[in-house]
Ligand binder design. Structure first.
Ligand code: F6R
Length: 609
């Protein structure tokens, strides 16, 4: 999730651009840049690092001019570097662009442009668009933009500048946020409200497919066919702090609500147009690549480790390779059985967790093939692993991981289907079913997020308890582990997760009257056994909140409360079942007055042992 700003008016553009970008800093980024038009020329200044580094770089010679665009980058294609920082231009420097999102067909477009003689300076998908504008320019900026938009596939918000028509900026969006701030004799563009709130509260919230031409005197909005669109002015009433959180009370809640988009972005270009197929351009593995792999290790910490446990179920089931999952801080000290026939998968949101990095190094030293699943392009883990698959969750700011976890699950599921297809171990009908179910997940999560009142009530009812238990079998057990961790870390309620079949082997002694027990019952093959375990805790007068699939009319006869999740296949259920657990933890923490985004004693990125 990059930050975008734009300015057209009578004042100097650079101060607004830098100030606006600083208001988007909370989103996290790895490089920053601005482009300003003056006297027939667009000057671009950009560099890797923080905005402060850019300010130092341009101190004393800020580009002068009253039209400009700016960008803070969160790398997706190409590591963080000066060259990969936005804005990007074509070779003539006449067309300049900033972009938030992913252009799926950029490789093909780039090859075509290179064949025509275009020279590229960066590894980004975005630079293609600047060259396309130059290549397709027909003497009219607006019509050229429309032509280019017809050629690209993917998700985006864009602001375009053209030195031949310097009085205007053109912007558009698809699946990424974009707003226009309406001023007097000046107008503003931004990816998020905090960037403009100090200048105006009157805004247009852009919708997908709308194209706006913005000058200092006005804003004209149309669709790609030239049909004019009348926009309603939206008056922002939030204060600056609320604006950073997109109107949510906490980053954690905002990030929970971002999950449908994060998952969609992570699937983009990977969940094939052909049913049952998954593509990982970045891996390009063949069947032979697996001929000599006898074992897979998945190593990670905390929430990422829990995603690894789910990954084990997927990989063993679909790819039929033995998988061991290990906590990174244990793996590195126990002389693991790793050799050149091992594939080591490390999972890390930040890509900087010191134990995970050390485990990766140890596996490399022992000769394993290594693959990182991470959310941060250019992070240490992404650089040191031989291959990388990125989750496209965007920056995660709350300490408690939510959208990173669900995108990790998506990657592990896609990876297992991919390897299963390669090895011929995954039944084709099941593969088709899986990709069909995968595509439905964002919408199903979205519908669940529209109806959270019941969860709020449970969180208030049980928020004052001292202990809670999470039970499940099979994939439900893996999700139970994550549910318990979320509750512990942000509400400080003591929570334990157990494989439901383990209860009798000790834990049942802790189940007493009034203890809340969250029972996950989404896995049809073990359902009767889970229900027996549910009855065991009910017999000890625990209070049971069950998580079950819609249409399960048996469970409400035995549980005290049931939270239903939309019907989905066995393997997809973890993606939906975790959402109520995240929300239960969030609202329980609120009830207890905890500092949700910054829980005590915890840090977002654990870079020490
Ligand atoms: C819990 C949480 C942590 C992290 C763990 C690993 O909500 O966020 O358990 O999952 O510290 O961090 P990464 O994924 O950055 O390696």
């Amino acid at each position: 999730m990059c930050g975008i700003v734009g300015y057209v008016g009578d004042k100097q553009a650079a101060p607004f651009l830098l100030d606006g970008m600083s208001k988007l800093e909370y989103r996290g980024y790895d490089s920053a840049g601005i482009a300003v038009y003056n006297k027939g020329k667009i000057t671009i200044e950009k560099c890797v690092g923080r905005l402060a580094d850019l300010r130092i770089k341009i101190k004393g010679h800020e580009p002068k001019g009253t039209v400009g665009i700016g960008h803070t980058r969160w790398a997706t294609h190409g590591r963080p570097s000066d060259r990969n920082a936005h804005p990007h231009a074509d070779e003539s420097g006449q067309f300049v662009v900033v972009h938030n999102g992913i252009i799926e067909n950029y490789l093909k477009l780039k090859e075509d442009l290179q064949a025509k003689g275009h020279k590229f300076l960066s590894e980004t998908d975005t630079e293609v668009v600047a060259h396309l504008l130059a290549d397709q320019y027909d003497g009219d900026f607006e019509s050229t933009v429309k032509k280019v938009l017809r050629m690209i596939e993917g998700s985006y918000s864009f602001v375009f500048m053209c030195a031949k028509e310097p009085d205007k900026l053109i912007c558009t969006k698809k699946d990424n946020p974009l707003i226009i701030g309406l001023g007097e004799g000046e107008n503003f563009i931004a990816s998020d409200i905090p960037a403009i709130i100090a200048h105006t509260r009157r805004t247009y919230i852009m919708s997908d497919g709308e194209i706006a031409t913005v000058t200092k005197d006005g804003v004209w909005v149309q669709n790609i066919d030239g049909v004019p669109i009348t926009k309603k002015v939206y008056e922002v009433t939030w204060n600056a702090e609320a604006a950073e959180k997109g109107g949510f009370q906490h980053f954690m809640l905002k990030e929970i609500y971002e999950q449908p988009k994060a998952i969609r972005d992570t699937m983009t270009g990977r969940v094939g147009k052909k049913e049952g197929e998954i593509t990982f351009h970045e891996l390009n593995w063949t069947k032979d690549a697996f001929a000599d792999i006898h074992k897979i290790y998945i190593v990670a910490c905390g929430t990422a480790y829990h995603a690894g446990i789910v990954g084990k179920y997927y990989l063993e089931k679909f790819a039929r390779i033995p998988v061991e999952v290990d906590i990174a801080s244990e793996f590195r000290y126990r002389d693991p059985l790793v050799d050149s026939h091992t594939l080591m998968i490390v999972i890390s949101q930040s890509g900087e967790t010191s134990d995970t990095l050390a485990a990766l190094r140890e596996a490399k030293r022992l000769g394993a093939r290594t693959l990182a699943v991470t959310n941060v392009v250019g992070s240490s883990i992404s650089r040191e692993a031989q291959q990388v698959v990125y989750t496209y969750a965007g920056p995660e700011i709350a300490v408690a991981s939510t959208k990173a976890y669900t995108t990790q699950l998506i990657v592990m599921l896609m990876l297992a289907i991919y390897v299963g297809n390669l090895r011929g171990t995954l039944d084709k009908t099941l593969a088709k079913q899986l990709t069909q179910d995968l595509k439905k997940i964002p919408e199903q999560l979205h519908s669940m997020l529209e109806n959270v009142d019941q969860i709020k009530v449970f969180a208030t009812q049980y928020g004052s308890c001292e202990d809670a238990f999470f039970l499940g079998r099979s994939l439900d057990y893996a999700v139970a582990l994550e549910g318990a961790l979320k509750l512990k870390e942000i509400s400080y309620i003591h929570a334990e997760a157990y494989a439901a079949g383990e209860l009798k082997h000790g834990t049942l002694a802790l189940i007493v009257e009034g203890v809340p027990v969250i029972v996950l019952a989404t896995q049809a093959d073990v359902y009767p056994k889970t229900i027996s375990n549910l009855k065991e805790v009910k017999a000890r007068e625990a209070i049971v909140i069950a998580i079950a699939l819609e249409g399960d009319h048996d469970i409400d006869k035995v549980a005290d409360n049931v939270i239903y999740i939309p019907k989905t296949g066995k393997y997809l259920a973890p993606l939906l079942a975790v959402l109520p657990l995240q929300l239960l933890a969030y609202y329980a923490a609120l009830t207890r007055g905890c500092d949700v985004d910054k829980p005590r004693n915890l840090a977002k990125s654990v870079t020490v042992e």
